[in-house]
Write a protein that binds this ligand. Structure first.
Ligand SMILES: Nc1nc2c(c(=O)[nH]1)N[C@H]1C(S)=C(S)[C@@H](COP(=O)(O)O)O[C@H]1N2
Ligand SMILES: [Mo]
Length: 215
């Protein structure tokens, strides 16, 4: 493991990034040393179209009282939640202390009214391919955000802007980029990587999911 880490530093981040983009994520491989540098940019699709902040919307549909589509201005009208947290990919890299700002998902859910039959939430990306899921209980955590800012700036296109999901207590693959749709469902529909074998419950470390939830 030390050898791997040292090699990564020696060949330089750019080569390592290219390899990571090509090969990873390949599956949960336990804990390897965090690589030098920050985020990798991951996308399972090529050429994701850009959404402008003027026209972008996040639609909340499914088992809700009143489906609604939220513009960036609508989202800005909600209380804004700030979280300073490490971002960790299951393939081993981690970025310490990233600042995320956005709308706590439970506040959006309350705005549309969740039906009694709803048990889970399905998230869709406007890349047309990537999906994610949470149980309704997980989705009601206040450290699950529809994130609009990252480290003091609007979330960039490459990081999944204008809106990306940020699931603080779970591995990075839960934090779906280019968030376009939030659908309330009667059961969990496993997401893109989960269909390929990743855990549906993606808690980082030994978190039981309740220990450090902010209020
Ligand atoms: N739409 C979409 N969201 C995604 C992914 C992806 O390929 N497509 N990769 C996931 C994984 S595995 C990780 S670790 C993070 C990486 O976020 P970043 O590209 O901003 O570094 O995005 C997650 N969300
Ligand atoms: Mo990841």
């Amino acid at each position: 493991m030390l050898g791997l880490g040292a090699a990564g530093v020696a060949v330089g981040a750019s080569v390592q990034d290219r390899v990571a983009r090509t090969l990873a994520p390949v599956g949960p491989i336990g804990d390897v040393l965090p690589a030098a540098g920050g985020f990798r940019y991951y996308s399972v699709t090529a050429g994701v179209k850009r959404h402008s902040v003027e026209t972008h919307h996040v639609a909340v549909t499914g088992l809700v009282g009143k489906p609604r589509s939220f513009s960036m201005a609508d989202l800005a009208g909600f209380p804004q939640m700030t979280l300073d947290k490490d971002f960790q990919c299951v393939t081993g890299w981690r970025v310490p202390d990233v600042r995320w700002v956005g709308v706590a998902l439970p506040d959006l859910l309350d705005a549309v009214g969740v039906s009694a039959q709803a048990k889970a939430v399905r998230f869709t990306s406007f890349d047309g391919v990537y999906t994610e899921s949470l149980t309704l209980e997980q989705a009601r955590r206040r450290d699950v955000l529809v994130a609009t800012q990252m480290d003091g700036k609007p979330v960039t296109h490459d990081h999944g802007g204008p809106t990306r999901l940020y699931v603080a207590p779970m591995y990075g693959y839960k934090s779906l980029k280019w968030l376009g749709g939030i659908e309330l469902t009667d059961k969990v529909k496993p997401g893109y990587w989960e269909d390929l074998g990743y855990d549906v419950d993606a808690w980082v470390g030994r978190s039981n999911g309740r220990d450090d939830e902010p209020t």
